[in-house]
Design a protein around this ligand. Structure first.
Ligand SMILES: Cc1ncc(COP(=O)(O)O)c(C=O)c1O
Length: 387
């Protein structure tokens, strides 16, 4: 069978195999030296990446989703944990985790349309739905591109800003690391991310008290062994996952450099509506995505689906970009979402396409992706897409 260029593949090698073997030999499987080492390694990495001086506290948890739930479940910048009747602003385009985190707290996830260029929460649209009940904002660094957290802060004052940097480890803007732009940042180590541990997540903050609350909550609400202060989940990361994280983090600069090279190689000469980054941003190239324009005939979604199918038939595993939360019943049942429109989200969700990008790709793979797009996209769009 013809070789497939996968959308994503983890970059695992001998270091990861040795890390797993080390944990197996230790007999210690949860919340031990590896988790601590992973937290410290991410802390050092962020400290070097970010211009801020005060210490960064890192708390490893089982997934990025759990990290978001703990972020909303702890005392925030301006008061108690998010609860019943509160409102949390979430971008309309995303994997549902941040919206679900709000709903699981009994709060309303108020959806916000995204910016047409970066696909991140649009501060102008956020301004329209801020109310005295708004208790948190969850801007997403969409596919590793920094959200305009500074504009959202100026808008929302002391409302808690939980930065969903699930995709954005290694990205920064104007010298500030994604994850440290708000009050709390959240990373995911899902296999699609630039650093993967299989499943895994991390909370980062410069607020020591909040970090302590995360440590307590992630471990059944225990403050010390056998002393349970609050109802908390088992959100611990295993030693096996953490050991993978330590090995992956050591390679991160090299992985990001290779991603940047490959992304540039694929994009060269292809005149498509690629995701844009704000001024001063250095992105981690977690996803290589573009949005199709309205085709001369049929819908944008039909053209996108046809292009995905054609690329896949050629061994290029393209995929859709993301989901529109306004179309999901658990969000649409709130009038604040059902009565508003999300025109940019509709364009990104229906016309968005992700191309393969991972450090294991060769230059020839990148060229094969670009030429498959050249072969098929013009046909899907009814126009030339190469220069
Ligand atoms: C923007 C965003 N937030 C949160 C998550 C959830 O992360 P995890 O899969 O680690 O639970 C994802 C996952 O893919 C994501 O893309």
């Amino acid at each position: 069978m013809e070789r497939v260029i996968h959308l994503t593949r983890p970059s695992f090698g001998e270091a990861e195999a040795a890390a797993v073997a080390r944990v197996l030999a230790s007999g210690m499987l949860i919340q031990g030296a590896e988790v601590l080492a992973f937290e410290e390694a991410v802390g050092r990495y962020l400290q070097a990446l970010d211009a801020g001086a005060s210490p960064v506290h890192c708390v490893a948890v089982s997934t990025g989703t759990t990290a978001l739930e703990l972020a909303l479940g702890t005392r925030g910048r301006d008061g108690p944990a998010v609860g019943l009747g509160d409102e949390v602003l979430v971008p309309a385009v995303t994997w549902p985790s941040p919206g679900h985190a709000a709903l699981l707290r009994g709060a309303t996830a108020v959806l916000v349309d995204v910016s047409p260029d970066t696909w991140c929460m649009d501060p102008r649209r956020a301004a329209e739905v801020l109310t005295p009940r708004t208790r948190a904002l969850i801007p997403i660094d969409q596919f590793g591109v920094p959200a305009d957290v500074a504009a959202l802060r100026a808008l929302a004052g002391d409302v808690d800003l939980v930065e969903d940097s699930a995709c954005a480890l290694g990205s920064r803007v104007k010298g500030r690391a994604c994850g440290l732009l708000g009050d709390v940042g959240v990373y995911s180590f899902h296999p699609r991310k630039v650093v993967t541990t299989g499943e895994g997540g991390m909370l980062v903050t410069r607020d020591r008290a909040r970090a302590e609350a995360f440590r307590m909550l992630r471990n059944h609400g225990q403050v010390s062994p056998g002393v349970f202060l609050e109802a908390g989940p088992n959100a611990r990361l295993s030693e096996l996952h953490a050991a993978l994280g330590v090995a992956q983090l050591a390679k991160l600069p090299a992985l990001l450099a290779r991603r940047a090279q490959l992304a540039a190689r694929v994009k060269e000469g292809l005149a498509l509506a690629w995701q844009a980054a704000p001024e001063g941003a250095e992105v981690n190239h977690q996803t290589l995505g573009f949005v199709l324009p309205q085709p001369p005939a049929g819908t944008r979604r039909e053209a996108r689906d046809a292009l995905v199918a054609a690329l896949r038939a050629d061994g290029v595993e393209a995929g859709i970009l993301s989901y529109g939360l306004h179309r999901l019943p658990q969000f649409a049942r709130y009038a604040v979402n059902a009565t508003r429109r999300f025109p940019v989200a509709d364009v990104v969700v229906d016309g968005g396409l992700a191309l393969p990008l991972h450090p294991g790709m060769s230059d020839a793979d990148a060229d094969a992706v670009a030429s498959a797009v050249r072969r098929h996209a013009g046909w899907a769009l009814g126009r030339r897409v190469w220069q």
